[in-house]
Write a protein that binds this ligand. Structure first.
Ligand code: SAH
Length: 483
């Protein structure tokens, strides 16, 4: 990637899947990532680990950094020989001030590239089931700023408010069949009044789409004459796109995103951070908003002597029993550190408890010989294939500290030697308890999920038994496994 260059990259409207391929490529390679509020934080995970990340804020009234400072920052880093990804919400040239940033680069002799993005002006309505054009209802659309004051005021060569005064309502009112206002929630009263004053019918349908393309998207539908009051009553706030025009009616039939099975539901995920992502993704695919509050953290044992010795003669065991994905992954990584691979298993038979554990083995190219019908210790023992045949031989069970001894106790009764090695520990972890409690108190969490007994125990510990019980009663509680 050429150094000393600024890339003005559209991050898309919110859903991290809506960044472009080119944008993601640059994000992954850049030395410096400069981002603001409307660029989804999840995208930053795609940046290189060593990249310098700089938040420059941007919320109409409170800028973390003024535009002049941002321009200087971009130019300075590029002149230092760095590749700079300037990640901007939506499209960088739609009210993103990307134009000014490009001008600053040009003025300083810094090369730049523009990577267009999916603009919220079109995407937010789309996710609300509103196409901005339609053969029967609208043959044009216009994108208009609802409020330019702040944006104009810190540009030194323009008098304060000059951009705002540029808006010519007589023209805007009839600029297109569909009018799309950005940054307009705070001046909604003025917008609707001016449009009616200049001849748009008070019955014209209006929609506001807030946090479009994200699981927390909300949409309010009304008319030009009534929307201002509806927004006030609903306490509807920015950031939102205001859509004015007949196309809004199509939402009734084309709504597709915010009516999925779990739309509008906030679901707490208590799994370890390293494992939460997959569950969160599935929940979000069904429309939910996943709220991650990891209650455990997986810590591999520091002392690997015992495990290393066992892996060194893996082929001598009758069975290896895996009861978690963590165990599979730690063994895989340990084998690699020892310069070994899946062949080390040789003729050993492999047992896997739980479908995820089975999948983790598949990913290593290993097919378990035995998977009990249910992921509980009792079943593992009950269905274990012919344990009497392996009397005198050994089963290796790499496992978590504190695993119930039921399997080893029962199988030992057949004269099997059971070798359990504690290879990792799930230690309690807790994020911001106060914030979570406030959310639960307010009824903002609808479902709490638990994927293991230790997550339940740690959740209760983090909140205190009484409080945990009281707050959990406000929610649906979902769990995996009878234990
Ligand atoms: N360059 C951006 C727009 C920046 S101006 C783009 O192309 O999308 C900021 C305004 O964009 C906000 O005030 C709001 O009106 C709108 N906006 C950005 N993201 C949004 C989203 N996810 N949902 C609704 N409106 C959004």
């Amino acid at each position: 990637m050429p150094a000393g260059r600024v890339y003005l990259v559209g991050a898309g409207p919110g859903d991290p899947g809506l960044i472009t391929v080119r944008g993601a490529e640059i994000l992954a390679l850049a030395d410096v990532v400069v981002y603001d509020r409307l660029a989804n934080a999840a995208l930053l995970e795609r940046a290189s680990k060593s990249a310098e990340r700089i938040y420059v804020g941007k919320q109409s009234a409170c800028h973390a950094m003024g535009q002049a400072d941002i321009n200087r920052l971009l130019v300075d880093r590029a002149l230092d020989g760095k590749s700079v990804c300037r990640l901007k919400g939506g499209d960088p040239f739609v009210f993103g001030r990307g134009g000014e940033e490009a001008e600053a680069c040009r003025a300083a002799g810094v090369e730049f590239e523009v990577v267009p993005g999916v603009t919220s002006a079109i995407a937010a309505p789309a996710y609300a089931g509103i196409p901005v054009t339609h053969r029967d209802l609208a043959s044009s659309f216009a994108v208009i700023t609802g409020h330019e004051r702040e944006d104009a005021s810190d540009r030194s060569d323009l008098p304060t408010g000059s951009a705002e005064q540029r808006r010519d309502w007589a023209t805007i009112a009839h600029a297109a069949d569909t009018l799309l206002f950005l940054m307009g929630v705070e001046s909604l009263a003025e917008i609707t009044e001016r449009l009616m004053e200049h001849g748009r019918s008070p019955d014209t349908p209006v929609a506001l789409v807030r946090w479009g393309t994200l699981p927390r998207q909300e949409t309010l539908v009304s008319t030009l004459s009534e929307v201002e009051e509806a927004v006030r009553t609903a306490g509807f706030t920015a950031p939102a796109i205001i859509v004015v025009g007949e196309v809004v009616r199509l939402r009734e039939t084309l709504r597709w995103f915010d009516n999925r099975p779990l739309s509008g539901k906030r679901v707490l995920v208590t799994r370890a951070r390293s494992q939460a992502g997959k569950l969160s993704e599935l929940l979000e695919a069904a429309g939910a908003q996943a709220v991650e509050f990891p209650t455990i953290r997986v810590v591999p044992a520091a002392d690997t002597t015992q495990l290393d010795a066992a892996l060194g003669h893996l082929g001598l065991y009758a069975w290896v029993l895996f009861t978690s994905v963590n165990a599979v992954e730690i063994v895989r990584d340990r084998l690699a550190s020892l310069g070994l691979d899946a062949r080390a298993f040789g003729p050993v038979r492999i047992a896997a408890v739980g479908p995820a554990t089975e999948q983790a083995l598949h990913a290593m190219g290993l097919k378990p010989d035995y998977v009990p019908s249910e992921a509980v210790a009792e079943k593992v023992v009950e269905e274990f294939p012919a344990p009497w045949d392996i009397a005198g031989r050994a089963i290796l069970h790499p496992r978590a500290v504190g695993t119930r001894p039921l399997i080893s106790d029962r199988l030992s009764e057949y004269g099997v030697q059971f070798e359990s090695i504690d290879i990792y520990e799930s230690v309690p972890d807790a994020g911001d308890v106060d914030e979570l409690v406030a959310d639960l108190e307010a009824g903002h969490i609808h479902v709490i999920t638990f994927a293991s007994s230790s997550t339940v125990r740690n959740f209760v510990e983090a909140l205190g038994a009484e409080r945990a019980k009281r707050l959990a009663e406000k929610c649906v509680v979902a769990c995996i496994g009878p234990v």
